[in-house]
Design a protein. Structure first.
Length: 359
């Protein structure tokens, strides 16, 4: 038996309970978690904004050590440090054939599987494939990435979502170039990673935007040169900081219609607006045909940072070892499993960066 945080049904509180994991079958691996990040996507799954089979163990951002492997597993052995990859690409669907592995049509097929049972014998699903809100988990070998040397195992959990997403949004989706101006909307875990990524990319001016004045120090430590407290005048303030032009790139990490619209309005003519935040179907964003023509801006969605984790993880590790990327700067709270509900409440209140469960 291992301890886990179980979502019994959509909208219900998480239940901290014992669950029973099977021995890893063919192609599967058992991992002891060192840490797991509490992501806004987990909140969205728990409240029904995103769908998930229930009951489920959520958590998709984690790192740990291999305990045992099933038949046919190669290149992974007990004792290996690994990062969980919640969206493994199949390699043969249409998106994968185009090299767009972040859009793999089969990446989340495993989320519908039964991977464990509760102490009462109830079947449990792995939320977003990897079920990281538990002391241990059993996952397909394809859901694991070897942890590069020189990266602390506990902080490496953040590589599984926040860092790949924030870094990828800047480098892969928006393709920020040296000397450009960037605005990042939302200073949570992904937003803080995006700010660091903009600094690494050589952005000349990096403007952080958030509803909370308390996050200014966090943002500036991550690389922000300016800080704007969100209001109805945000777009005007950003244009004032950029010679009345607007930023070259806006990265929206919130997923709300008003924030997406403000990010668009803050972008210069011909600039790029990248939407990373996951919003509900009720969040409707409107544009008129004339402004789309006149402004000549690009508006794009961004899934998992448009990243290929196997290719990007070694690059991120090099940034970490060199000191350019600071994983610890994303973490504002280290908690136990029973701290997840409070972490969700802090997200809803717009407080803090990333909460990290440390086992």
């Amino acid at each position: 038996m291992v301890r886990a945080a179980v979502l019994p049904e959509v909208g219900a509180p998480l239940q901290l309970t014992d669950i029973e994991l099977p021995d890893p079958g063919p192609g599967r691996v058992r991992v002891r978690l060192a840490a797991a990040g509490v992501c806004h996507s987990d909140l969205s799954l728990s409240n029904g904004t995103m769908r998930v089979p229930v009951p489920a163990v959520l958590g998709h951002e984690g790192a740990g050590t291999v305990v045992s492997v099933g038949e046919g597993v190669a290149d992974i052995a007990p004792g290996d440090p690994v990062v969980l990859n919640w969206a493994p690409s199949c390699g043969h669907c249409h998106a994968c054939s185009l090299g767009e592995v972040w859009l793999c049509a089969n990446a989340l097929n495993g989320a519908a599987d039964v991977y464990a049972r509760s102490a009462a014998g109830v079947d449990l699903h792995p939320g977003l494939n990897v079920a990281a809100f538990a002391e241990e988990t059993v996952v397909p070998a394809s859901c694991l990435l070897p942890l590069p040397e020189g990266v602390p195992l506990t902080d490496a959990a953040l590589l599984g979502c926040a860092v790949l997403t924030g870094y990828g949004a800047v480098h892969h989706s928006a393709k920020v170039r040296p000397g450009e101006t960037v605005a990042v909307f939302g200073v949570g875990g992904v937003g803080l990673a995006a700010l660091q990524a903009a600094r690494i990319a050589g952005a000349a001016r990096i403007i952080a935007v958030d509803v909370s004045l308390e996050k200014e120090e966090l943002a500036r430590n991550a690389g922000a040169t300016d800080y704007v407290v969100a209001s109805e005048n945000t777009a005007r303030e950003i244009r004032g900081l950029t010679g009345k032009q607007g930023v070259d790139v806006a990265v929206e990490c919130v997923g709300r219609a008003t924030t997406i619209r403000t990010a668009w309005d803050s972008t210069r003519r011909g600039g790029r607006t990248t939407v990373v935040g996951i919003g509900g179907k009720d969040q409707q964003v409107t544009f008129n045909a004339l402004e789309i023509f006149h402004w000549g801006r690009t508006l794009s969605g961004c899934v998992y940072g448009n990243s290929d984790p196997a290719q990007d993880l070694p690059v991120l590790a090099d940034h970490i070892r060199s000191g350019r990327l600071d994983l610890g700067a994303l973490v504002t709270e280290r908690i136990a499993l029973d701290g997840i509900p409070a972490a969700f409440e802090n997200m809803l209140a717009g407080k803090g960066g990333r909460a990290l469960i440390v086992f």
